[in-house]
Design a protein around this ligand. Sequence first.
Ligand SMILES: Nc1ncnc2c1ncn2[C@@H]1O[C@H](COP(=O)(O)OP(=O)(O)OP(=O)(O)O)[C@@H](O)[C@H]1O
Length: 906
Amino acid sequence: MEGSHAKETLNCASCLNTIADDEYVSALGQDWHKECFRCSDCDAPLGAWYLETDGMLFCRRDYWARFGDSCQRCRQLVSGPVMAAGEHRFHPECFACDACGAHLDDTEPYALVDRCRLYCGACDDSGADAHTIRLLRAPPHALQLRAAPGALLVHRGRCADKLRGAARALLRAVRACLLLACRRIDPACGALALCAGDRVLEVDGAPAAGRPPPDVQRALAGAGPVQLTVEHTPDTVTVRPGAPSARPAAAAQEPGRRERLFKRKGADGGGKARPLKRRQAPRSPPLADKERSSSLPRLPDCAAGEEPALSRARSLRAAPHEAFRAADLVQGELLGTGFFGQAYKVTVRATGEEMVLKQLFRADAAAQRSLLREVGVLRSLRHRCVLRFCGVLYREGRLHLLTEYVAGGTLHALLRAGAPLGWARRARLARDVAAGVRYLHARRVLHRDLNSHNCLVRAGGGLVVADFGLARVVRGGGRRRYTVVGNPYWMAPEMMRGGAYDEKVDVFSFGIVLCEIIGRVSADPDELPRRADFGLNERAFVDRFCAACPEPLYRLAFRACDLDPDARPPFEVIEPWLQALVLHLARAQEPPPALLAHILQYGRRQPAPPPAGVVKSQSNAALGAAPAAGRALGKCVSASHLAPRRAPAAAPRLSRSTHALAPGYILRAGAGGIDITRVDDISEWLEPAPLRRSSPAARLDASDSSSDGDADCAAPFADALRRGRRAGYDLVDAEAAGGVGDVPEGVEPKTEKPNFFAKKLLSPKLSRLFRASAGRRAAAADGDGGERSRFFVGRPTAPAAPRSAYRVRPADDDAADADGDARPTRAGQSLTPTFRRRLPAERAAGADVRHSCRERRPEPRAAEQKPLELGAEPAKKREPAISRSNYVKMANLRIGPGRGPAAARS
Ligand SMILES: Nc1ncnc2c1ncn2[C@@H]1O[C@H](COP(=O)(O)OP(=O)(O)OP(=O)(O)O)[C@@H](O)[C@H]1O
């Protein structure tokens, strides 16, 4: 009663009308109609991410447009640690010298010239005629504060005039008199570049304006060097046309911008701004999936008597992410070595918190890009199954990444260790991987390097997805031809072949990880049975590793490893499946038959209606919607779920692989209810009768082939013919499916290859013509028109780490493309890396120890792409044996002579 009363009196916080719908949003202690929960600026409906200030709701973009800072260099919003030069903001990783490329930490001298060119102290030779914000460090006691304003004391020395001017400038800004003891100033410290009229912005990293003189006195009298941030503004400041200001103008001030302040329903167009009412206690619990992101804290004022921090990054905001100094950390053990760098355990001196410091041991651009990409991706993520970003550290002009420390080691190590792992635990591990990657995909991040080495196990048993060095943020949907990166053992076939791909590549990698978990086997093709088309050898896998495995778990792995990306379920489907499995396994219950049926039938089209009036359905839901008597229902279940697990003694024992072909049961609607009917071969009910190709002249498009096969018996064949997708099947089969009689013979679909021209245009050769900049880059790099592809395969960093041997990353000369990966949202740049091929004739000359050659392989025929189904007839053709070396060779990811296990063998 009480609940229903509360529901009746709910009022929408936006329109103030009563909320009558069942679904409403509860956030910020108030309730909203779903359609009223919108951004005040652009009126877009708000999802899980929204921001609120002064009672106004904003989407992220509009919030940052109004209140946020954008990086002066890359123009992207700054939401984590920030480097400030006056009013200009930079991502820490963007705060690097334009001349020498060195990253600047928050204590190093720099000069920001004309608001856009940044130089370190050593490279700064800016003249006095440009707008400059400069950070300089004076030796201890070089600067003194005179209590009496206006009293200037100028020491003897050759720079007395200059210093007098500087002192006046300082006086104006600090409202005190600074006395410069010129004899003790080293010209190299930059203080001599001070000019009359310069403004002192900060003293020791804290804002100078309004700061009481005793504070400044204390800072100047300190034992260490004094750090000043000074802005030099020439009489006529040259502001470049279109130079963006650090803080974008408020969106509301822009003409044409829509302003939506909460409007009462039915009110006239004008609307009225109305701040949100606050309640003392939330009346209904906030939605679980709503997260509130707080607004940026303002500059903290310096409390009287408090020593201001020397760090600019820290002085600006109390962000959860921090820019650390080397002195803040105590270095611990080396945890491991990766492709570009090594990971150390470190402890934060002040708090004792343990973190991991990822340090590059290679100083080249590719390594730096990889780390920048990792920082860029990680800093925007927060999920229990994703490695937590802690901050960055600069040391000797180089950037280092700090993340949480995950004590339990890698998933790979856990699986290789002999400790027993129950099926519930294994399913939980898989669920956590799925949850982590689901979160990434929801934020449009492709991981692209998902494998058991990049999944770390917490001491408490949870799992986090780590290593975002190859991750990529994608814009828009659809498959695209991105760079081929990752580890070939986990790499999706479409990526292996250099084709277009999307987030389903992570699903494939997850499938391989799941196989590793099930079989406690390495992903090395020497151990994990694979097929020549890069798919999983399901039959061999079941025979060797699945004796005790719950069927839904390995069926899920097979679904995820499907050659057809569309047939792979997305993580938002996989995670709930695994969650259901975890719940049952944790209670030592049999997994529900419906779960297995869902997994088996995911991505499959509906089979043909059997002639005897029996239909199959996808789920139990269909049982309720069954037609009246006479037609049967189609819930197929494996015999193992209805029959007792243990076969009667008389029955022949079936291995797991043949079990799927065993007799099973179907549910049929009889006159008096639902009958369970035994059928001899349940695979008939799981899969439709295979259709045969009629002739070599069949015009099936290779891209369609993987999704052909079983489904369309249910649809009239005539429709299929008109769509031009089934022209290659025997009419005999079609007749069996029904409906072909209506189609006049010889009907040839006009839309046989609807995307033929689109494909041509997107081919690597032609697409370059439409991407001028990419084409020029390719031509410049290759000198032959850009018909090359280069990937390098990393050599093993240690004999104990053979996996590194096959790590594929974009080659160094793909810098521009990889940069596109790192900053995919940068305006005006191509998001799709150019795909280049190396001419076969040049391969020998071009192959060095790290570079591999790749030439386009012909697309495999449809028949090759069809995965082996457990329930189908055994394949007549024998699977060619796949080993580690020929697997990598087939992928054209070759290693140069003398490196890697593959080369060592040959
Ligand atoms: N946050 C962490 N907590 C605990 N151990 C970690 C953490 N990050 C990395 N490690 C360990 O350090 C090793 C090296 O990590 P690193 O990220 O440098 O390389 P990688 O991920 O193996 O390879 P690459 O850099 O090529 O992607 C990992 O294999 C892992 O064992």
